[in-house]
Design a protein around this ligand. Sequence first.
Ligand SMILES: Nc1ncnc2c1ncn2[C@@H]1O[C@H](COP(=O)(O)OP(=O)(O)OP(=O)(O)O)[C@@H](O)[C@H]1O
Ligand SMILES: [Mg+2]
Length: 331
Amino acid sequence: MVFDNFVGTNKKADMKIIEIQDVTKTYRLNKKTGNIITAVNHVSLDIEDGEILGLLGANGAGKTTLIKIMLDLIKTDSGRIIIDGYDVAKHREKALKEVGAIVEEPTLFSDFTGMENLKYFAKLQNAHINEEKIKSIVKLVGLEDRIDSKFKSYSLGMRQRLGIAQALIHSPKILMLDEPTNGLDPNGIIEMRELFKSLKNELGITIIISSHILSEMQQLCDRVAFMVKGEIKAVKTMDEVNFGVDKLKKFALECGDLQKAKKILEDMELSVQKSENMLIIRATQSDISKAIKALVQNDIDIYSLARQKRKLEDLYNEVSLSKSISEEVAK
Ligand SMILES: Nc1ncnc2c1ncn2[C@@H]1O[C@H](COP(=O)(O)OP(=O)(O)OP(=O)(O)O)[C@@H](O)[C@H]1O
Ligand SMILES: [Mg+2]
């Protein structure tokens, strides 16, 4: 048993690529009054190798501050960040060697073409980055058609893509993106999501992405950290966000003869409610399989069965999200 635990812990430790350890950052708002604001308040979080982690929080929650701390762009009051085994504040270069990031506006020259910008940036990186490599990144971010146009002629979506290309130029293992879909239209958001997924799936890149809109994270992230007023209130897998940790899940069943079906399920001691033209069943995954079998054996036609996503209120109560996030979530 002890051995099992040991192996288990060790395995997990191997998977961590970033460790945020009890990080706090305060800003002094007014020298005279000594008024301070705690932008990041005792935050601890492990980020696993290869995951997409969403940092969700309302305006002012501390997302940008936390990302800037991870990039050593601002210093903490206390706590530390370990990336790839290196303390960012002590071994900046080694810790950030494999990190690409977009925080606020990427620095790109408006009179240069997209390609010229990338070549310039590649030179700055001092690494051996040849043209083929740059072209493959351009293809990856879907900018091939416009890469020879001047940056100033780019739409917002193209600018974001070039920013991501820039962040990818030194083949990082980790990408940190502060609200990368800000200002994009719905199509642009979908395209970005597909791009991030392929960076994760094809290149195994770990991605940390901040947003104030849960629905954007729902189809992208493996886990979401809920940030409220500088604190991380909860970290949940997407499955927990959508369906809760309760073993009993809600299923919506559309089938023939609803009355008869309801009776059969109740006889199996399942909790069933009729809602319009469907039955809402609370059951475990294995009980629902048995239930469907029983219905089919009783000649009930099954039209559809879907796990129901939880309502916003459930999440709201669980995480005590601030009102402004919940409004965004509700959209
Ligand atoms: N340089 C600064 N000086 C003083 N206060 C600051 C500074 N930078 C951030 N803050 C404060 O720290 C808190 C967290 O800000 P931060 O920018 O990290 O939030 P955010 O979650 O990124 O918000 P948004 O969604 O608006 O980008 C806010 O109250 C903000 O006013
Ligand atoms: Mg921000």
